[in-house]
Write a protein that binds this ligand. Structure first.
Ligand code: ADP
Ligand code: MG
Length: 236
């Protein structure tokens, strides 16, 4: 796995009254934090990249290729949500296996990759458990294991650790950073926590009312020269 660049070219989207327009250029293998008020369009932005929403006009380019007309499964993208990433009736191993084969027809090589992903995310020994037998942090580790076996160059994380406490959240962010170090995928992560962005992101995209109003280095965003709107948002 390695990263792919992402280009949003005048991407227009509308939910009736709510109009959004996104332009963004993300270099391959970078880690971007998406921040902004509730309802500003962060999830919609990720859904447009993943293909769960279709734009009215504009283009999504991944690694230079136009994916605007492609279904989610056809895009080189994985997405992890805040919750409900797993199938309740399937074991940890099978939930991860779905990342490789939707029908769970797995070869020995697939099973070896699944075992490796579970080891990498600290889940070795928990293969047979059901999601209900795991903690919230462990369930997100399963979701990240599935991302690893899917092996896509773009990873979208929509407030993936929002329901976890501060210590566990830091631990999960360290895991994401390690996975990025090992695999180099391009990561866009929505978070409400400035410290999450500071721990993990090269750059921050700040969204307000359906458009990206700032996109700067994390260091710049947390300095005195950051855009006023972002300083106001984080209470600087
Ligand atoms: P965020 O993730 O930043 O909180 P969203 O992308 O979920 O924001 O939503 C952006 C805007 O779009 C909000 O005003 C929200 O009310 C609206 N919206 C989101 N999903 C729908 C939907 N399925 N139908 C109509 N409006 C929606
Ligand atoms: Mg959201």
């Amino acid at each position: 796995m390695s990263g792919a660049s992402i280009e949003l070219d005048n991407l227009v989207f509308s939910y009736g009254e709510t109009r959004m327009e996104f332009g963004l250029s993300v270099p391959a293998s970078s880690v971007i934090a998406i921040m902004g008020p509730s309802g500003s369009g962060k999830t919609t932005l990720l859904n447009l990249i993943a293909g769960f929403e279709k734009p009215v006009s504009g283009k999504v380019l991944i690694d230079g290729g136009d994916v605007t007309g492609l279904e989610p499964a056809e895009r080189p993208v994985s997405m992890v949500f805040q919750e409900n990433n797993l199938f309740a009736h399937l074991s940890v191993e099978d939930n991860v296996g779905l990342g490789r084969s939707p029908s769970l027809r797995l070869t020995d090589a697939d099973r070896a990759d699944i075992a490796r992903a579970l080891a990498q995310t600290g889940l070795a020994g928990k293969e047979r458990r059901l999601p209900s037998e795991l903690s919230g942090g462990e369930r997100q580790r399963v979701a990240l294991s599935r991302v690893l076996v899917r092996d896509r160059p773009v990873l979208l994380l929509d407030e993936p650790f929002a329901s976890l406490g501060p210590a566990l959240r830091r631990e999960m962010l360290a895991l994401v950073r390690q996975l990025h170090f090992d695999h180099g995928m391009t990561i866009l992560m929505v978070t409400h926590h400035p410290e999450d962005a500071q721990l993990i992101a090269d750059r921050i995209a700040f969204i307000e009312a359906g458009s990206i109003v700032a996109f700067e280095d994390t260091t710049t965003m947390f300095s005195r020269t950051a855009p006023d709107a972002f300083r106001a948002y984080i209470g600087a």
